[in-house]
Design a protein around this ligand. Structure first.
Ligand SMILES: Cc1cc2nc3c(=O)[nH]c(=O)nc-3n(C[C@H](O)[C@H](O)[C@H](O)COP(=O)(O)OP(=O)(O)OC[C@H]3O[C@@H](n4cnc5c(N)ncnc54)[C@H](O)[C@@H]3O)c2cc1C
Length: 392
């Protein structure tokens, strides 16, 4: 058999694979890497945000060219809590991502190329052409697995230009002073410029059943309530992000059958927020520093990283079960209101997935609005697909 033409083929030019391709271009420019994306541009249609604490200083440096917006702090609003939290909040836009990546990768990016099937060392395109590589990474986005039980964070976001300045200087990450009758719901607002807002209507629900027309209506009502004069709809984005409740990570990885993967495809997301940017950045660093990028070595590297992340996030899955499964849906906002009353350092460590033992005790201490025992019983009830409940 002839030698593979590429050292690495990345299937899916989304967040995770795009970052891997870009980081490899910086750290190992001699490698022959190919990024395949079915859409006309890499990066889809998103605004990816994260907190300053989510990344290490070195990671902030290399990701800086992708950053389109930064704010010095953010607000949260609940029926009995209005709080401003310090700490930078940062957004990467798909537009910036596509432009930086296309420029850096040149001919190594094939957009408008749909992959029909893949193996750890081959890719078959929809036109029947087969490509060979020393390794192939599958980064085609989330795919449900029988080994992972999830809830859903469903949202619709609209980016509007306004006919007058809105006066907002910081993002409102959670405004839960809105109707709560169908589960935990909040509105998320980013002031992109003085006359531009991204407003997202977000629901934590059991299944992805967001009523898009209702969400559009609710965004309009929310803007009216704040006196924001919506003028022109610039873009719309929609998400159904998985929220991890429990699962069997070893079985999940056995089912991957040696296929290296990245991003949501292999469960690399924050269990409670569904956000994946920090883990995608960390994985890109890990791969770019790896001495050996053959398929077997890459699979082991990614699997070990993902299993460590899974163990690390066990407590977040417990919290999710409390949020999703215990107590009446219309009372779930109380869990979040109580959480946002805790100290700022703890909240930052929560988003970064770096809670200490003390933080965990603090979150569960006192009289939580949803009892832990009930949450655990609810988790048992929710696991008919697993023979016996376990979260390993
Ligand atoms: C609207 C929205 C907003 C989000 N906001 C945030 C946020 O603020 N912060 C955060 O951290 N996370 C956010 N997330 C969650 C998560 O980080 C993103 O979903 C992220 O894009 C996942 O990265 P990924 O690389 O796994 O998948 P994706 O970025 O979805 O990439 C998958 C890529 O594979 C391509 N593809 C699929 N099939 C094929 C095929 N057969 N052949 C070729 N290409 C294919 C797709 O076109 C896509 O470009 C958001 C998600 C959504 C949907």
């Amino acid at each position: 058999m002839s030698a593979p033409r590429w050292d690495l083929i990345l299937v899916g030019g989304g967040l995770a694979n795009g970052l891997i391709a870009w980081r490899l271009r910086q750290q190992q420019p001699g490698l022959c890497v190919l990024l395949l994306e079915s859409d006309a541009e890499p990066g889809g249609n998103h605004t990816w945000s994260f907190h300053q604490r989510d990344l290490l200083p070195g990671q902030h440096r290399w990701i800086a060219p992708l950053v389109a917006h930064r704010w010095a702090g953010y607000d949260v609003r609940f029926p009995a809590l209005n709080r401003t939290l310090a700490g930078e909040y940062i957004s990467v836009t798909s537009e910036r991502f596509a432009s930086v990546l296309s420029q850096a990768l040149g001919d190594s990016l094939w957009s408008g190329t749909r992959v029909a099937s893949l193996t750890p060392e081959t890719v078959t395109l929809e036109d029947g052409q087969t490509l060979n590589a020393a390794a192939v990474i599958d980064g085609r986005g989330y795919r449900p697995s029988p080994h992972l039980i999830t809830g859903c964070q469903a949202f619709l976001g609209q980016q509007w230009s306004l006919s007058q300045p809105h006066g907002l200087t910081r993002p409102i990450l959670m405004d839960a002073t809105v109707d709560q009758s169908a589960g935990y719901r909040f509105v998320y607002t980013l002031p992109l410029s003085d006359r531009q807002l991204l407003i997202e209507d977000t629901h934590y629900i059991d299944r992805a059943t967001l009523d898009v027309d209702l969400a559009r209506q609710q965004i309009r009502q929310y803007a009216d309530r704040h006196g924001w004069l919506l003028d022109r709809l610039e873009r719309e984005e929609q998400g159904n992000l998985p929220i991890a409740l429990s699962g069997d990570a070893r079985a999940f990885w056995r089912a991957q059958a040696g296929q290296p993967g990245s991003g949501l495809r292999v469960g690399l997301f924050h269990a409670t927020t569904g956000y994946s940017l920090p883990q995608a950045v960390a994985l890109a660093d890990l791969i770019a520093a790896a001495p050996d990028l053959n398929a077997a070595a890459l699979f082991r590297l990614i699997q070990d990283y993902a299993l460590a992340q899974w163990r690390h996030q066990r407590f977040f899955r417990l919290l999710n079960r409390m949020l999703f499964l215990a107590g009446p849906p219309q009372g779930r906002w109380q869990v979040m209101q109580r959480f946002y009353q805790l100290n700022h350092g703890l909240i930052a460590r929560f988003y970064a997935g770096q809670l200490t033992l003390q933080d965990r005790v603090r979150i569960l201490a006192g009289k939580p609005p949803v009892p832990v025992g009930e949450a655990l019983r609810a988790a048992l009830k929710f696991s008919p697909r697993l023979r016996a409940f376990h979260d390993e």
